[in-house]
Design a protein around this ligand. Sequence first.
Ligand code: NAI
Length: 346
Amino acid sequence: MKKYKIAFFDAKDYDKNSFIRSNKDDRFEINYFDTRLTEDTCRLAEGSDVVCVFVNDDVNRKVIDTLVSMNVKLIALRCAGYNNVDVEYAYEKIHIVRVPAYSPYAVAEHAMALLLTSIRRIHKAYIRTKDFNFSLNGLTGFDLHGKTVGIIGTGKIGRIFIDICKGFGMNVIAYDKFPAEGSGINYVSLPEIWEKSDIISFHCPLTDENRHMVNAESIARMKKGVVLINTSRGALIDTEALVEGIKQRQIGAACLDVYEEESNVFFHDYSNHIVDDDTLARLISMPNVIVTSHQAFLTEEALSNIADTTLENVEEFFENDYSKNEVCYKCPDVAKCGQKHSKKCF
Ligand code: NAI
């Protein structure tokens, strides 16, 4: 097999470790770049066959044109979501592959970790006892048992989260644009999710249609004190409306692993800096908001699956004219495209 060159953007130590382990016998030449892929950095891929990118790399039209002009043949996403890639513009110019599932358990378990931390005030208790403050004042939580949880998106992650919630004795209702027939899931309309849920958790992809599905109007329909969990994509929530909803006491708590402006901040250490993003600073200052920096996927199992599947995708693409995990906008249902075919899309 030819030794294909991969330009690996936004590389962190944990990425490098898992890809080095997976790149047995140095099958691929991987050049790791700390920087994100943007219009300013895409020239670093000169001479590469593949660019390997993550959730906050910006694969817009200009980046695609530059990659194509440099004869890069493949964009290998090492994640499931692809809202950061102009998939329609890429069609017939450059192929895109992704990792459709690496550990749905990792994300669903993180969603529950955030929920429990928030409603049982573990984040507060941890800091108190570190300071030998053993007071319980202000730490009163509520039982999950018997509460109604609304799940938006019942794919791989959503279904695991449903099972976890059922284990807690919660009443589960769900909304999906493409409900899974025969799944036994109790589907309801989106307005019913807003109106009936004590807790709402997002597990659908971000599309033009559902951007800011949580906005002033939907927040007004929600139960007072509702808890929102977003481990999906930040822009599902209009953050300004979220801040206002929390200030009005309409939203009881927010558990956020994703944030719509995260690409400038997440994955970096700003602990010695003044953060310019006032909205993020306001959210973080609120006692009932927990923010993790797009960490839900970060388990040993997921990292290892991501590395193995990404390199398999590259090998299959070049060696076998085969691309089961290709993403293309022409397939009737983009979200399911990867599962429907094995040949390249164009
Ligand atoms: P999946 O493709 O298995 O399931 C997505 C579900 O959403 C499908 O059932 C689909 O029919 C449904 N859906 C599509 N459009 C919808 C809409 N407009 N409204 C409601 N439902 C809709 O995807 P999976 O693996 O469960 O992942 C879900 C999302 O989780 C991903 O799109 C990604 O954004 C996010 N994710 C976050 C990670 C993190 O580290 N925070 C890691 C991995 C994924």
